[in-house]
Design a protein around this ligand. Structure first.
Ligand code: ZN
Length: 217
């Protein structure tokens, strides 16, 4: 029986991954992290969606991530930048987040006899987050294998898909409405179509518009 673990956040990409995983593996579990993000509604949404999909979800607290550096997703006093400026990544970047999430996920996976890890990161709509790049995932995969003497396989079904293609995938998986109505991608923690103004909403809604237009809706 094939088993997989999805790194889950309750957002558009990881929710689509969750259902992608259900299609490709017999037994799917999800792991999510409370890292002091502003909006715990994200985790509530993640739990609800996972429960409805009959996917066991394990939520762990890793508050340290919030203490060692500052960013707009965990620091209530920092405003989310509307647009990216200059060469540096946007202030919503949580340094090291994907590396830590995948590392904890791998530790959990090994303890539970799981080799296949799934993450919704991608670089098609490159947002300036270095740990969303394929190069990083390949490197971490190797490091995790070496560190735990395991042959993990990190799957990134969204790696080369832009947002409109991710909407298409959700539709093909039969979960378009679930993703549209129940996920939270908005930096202000608003479910579904979100606030419409933050960079994350703009990206998501632009992709949705493009997908709906391509379908002739
Ligand atoms: Zn928003």
């Amino acid at each position: 029986m094939s088993k997989a673990l999805v790194v889950y956040s309750g957002g558009q990409d990881s929710t689509t991954c969750l259902f992608w995983a259900k299609k490709h593996f017999d037994q799917v579990q999800a792991i999510a992290f409370d890292y002091g993000q502003r909006h715990l509604v994200e985790l509530t949404a993640a739990k609800q969606i996972a429960d409805n999909a009959s996917v066991p979800i394990h939520i762990f607290k890793i508050n340290l991530l919030n203490g060692v550096s500052h960013n707009a997703l965990t620091d209530q006093n920092m405003k989310v930048e509307k647009e990216q400026t200059g060469d540096r990544p946007p202030n919503t970047l949580v340094e090291g987040r994907n590396m830590l999430f995948l590392t904890y996920a791998a530790i959990f996976a090994k303890a539970n006899g799981i080799k296949d890890l799934i993450t919704g990161v991608g670089q098609a709509d490159y947002s300036g987050y270095p740990d969303c790049r394929n190069e990083f995932i390949l490197s971490l995969n190797q490091t995790l294998n070496l560190s735990m003497a395991m042959s993990f396989r990190i799957h990134t079904p969204m790696m080369w898909l832009d947002k409109s293609q991710i909407w298409r995938m959700a539709d093909e998986l039969g979960v378009f409405e679930i993703v549209r109505e129940q996920t939270i991608t908005c930096y202000h923690g608003i479910k579904g179509d979100g606030c419409g103004n933050c960079p994350s909403c703009k990206l998501r809604n632009r992709g949705l518009k493009k997908y709906l237009e391509s379908k002739g809706k």
